[in-house]
Design a protein around this ligand. Structure first.
Ligand SMILES: *[C@@H]1O[C@H](CO)[C@@H](O)[C@H](O)[C@H]1NC(C)=O
Ligand SMILES: *[C@@H]1O[C@H](CO)[C@@H](O)[C@H](O)[C@H]1NC(C)=O
Ligand SMILES: *[C@@H]1O[C@H](CO)[C@@H](O)[C@H](O)[C@H]1NC(C)=O
Ligand SMILES: [Zn+2]
Length: 293
């Protein structure tokens, strides 16, 4: 199978009915094309389409190829001052935009983001762009937290290994002066202990968004969720307007993704890129397009 779903490219050819694009345009490629006809598409939740064709998700091939065919409206034109490399990162940035929109982050609020991998970092950056004033990134790797603090987080938290989930939640609240608890929780690690801590770090009536995918089944503090009337939400990929907003955030310099691009390799070295990622080296590695023969 051809891999790849975080991509940007240059239009080489357009179909006869295409009006908004021309050869030479640089675009971010939205990798999931929905059916447009099912109930979820009609109701504006195309990320939940029953007939989704998503790049590099079997049986569909991915974007890591010289030419890729994509409908006009899933090619998002990049502003002049946004590079193709940044354009490729629009995909995970859109995941973060979707999460922060689902959370409904309002100005001068507190957000605890679990996980300081690419998506957790981007959620922190988008939360900041949405006006959150306290953004606490939680991760078990100090090096990731060091990066998070330089990037978008206002504070970080390293969970103590011997402390239990509830004690960690208490410590997050105390160290960050969160009062009744955090306004928003974005779980972008998928770790069972983060889910547990996340529910306990929430204030009454807070919103918790599950972005991370880890264990299928976790131990869940359901009484706490019920008694605090938490708004617990699922979150999957991105939907209407998310790519546009992500590109707008880059254009207007509300979010920067350049810091996350730690390496660029040529297509023929793609295997090295995959190995580096597997070994936890860097944050985002860009694989350049197939060289013209
Ligand atoms: C995916 O790409 C491979 C290699 O080019 C090809 O053999 C296969 O038929 C493609 N699959 C689909 C569903 O297009
Ligand atoms: C409770 O949460 C809902 C949904 O996020 C929000 O509309 C409402 O304003 C909140 N009320 C309080 C008192 O926090
Ligand atoms: C890109 O251009 C827009 C105007 O089109 C400007 O507002 C923005 O600050 C520029 N961004 C960068 C990254 O230079
Ligand atoms: Zn559909």
């Amino acid at each position: 199978m051809v891999l790849g779903h975080e991509s940007a490219g240059i239009i080489v050819e357009i179909g006869t009915a295409v009006t908004s694009l021309k050869a030479g345009d640089r675009v971010a490629m939205e990798p999931g094309v929905p059916c447009r006809y099912c109930r979820y598409c009609i109701e504006g939740k195309y990320n939940l389409c029953l007939n989704m064709k998503f790049a590099a998700t079997p049986p569909y091939n991915g974007t890591l190829t010289k030419y890729y065919v994509l409908p006009e409206d899933f090619c998002h034109k990049l502003p002049e001052n946004v590079s193709l490399e940044e354009g490729a990162v629009v995909e995970p940035l859109s995941v973060a935009v979707h999460a922060c929109r689902k959370a409904g982050i309002k100005p001068s609020t507190s957000v605890v983001v679990f996980g300081a991998g690419p998506v957790g970092l981007l959620c922190a950056a988008v939360a900041k762009a949405f006006g959150a004033s306290k953004i606490i990134n939680v991760d078990i790797q100090q090096s990731r937290l060091d990066f998070a603090l330089k990037y978008a987080a206002t504070n970080t938290f390293l969970p103590s290994k011997d402390g239990n989930a509830i004690e960690n939640a208490k410590a997050i609240i105390e160290q960050n002066d969160l009062g009744d608890g955090a306004d928003y929780i974005i779980e972008a690690s998928g770790a069972p202990s983060s889910v547990f801590t996340g529910i306990h770090v929430a204030r009454p009536n807070a919103t918790y968004v599950q972005v991370g995918c880890g264990n299928d089944v976790v131990e869940f503090p359901i009484i706490q969720m019920g008694c605090m009337e938490l708004n617990v939400k699922g979150c999957f990929r991105y939907g209407p307007g998310d790519y546009n907003l992500a590109i707008g955030l880059l254009r207007d310099q509300k979010v920067s993704v350049k810091e996350l691009i730690t390496q660029m390799v040529s297509f023929k070295d793609a295997q090295k890129a995959f190995n580096d990622v597997k070994n936890g080296k860097g944050i985002k590695t860009i694989i350049k397009g197939v060289e013209v023969q």
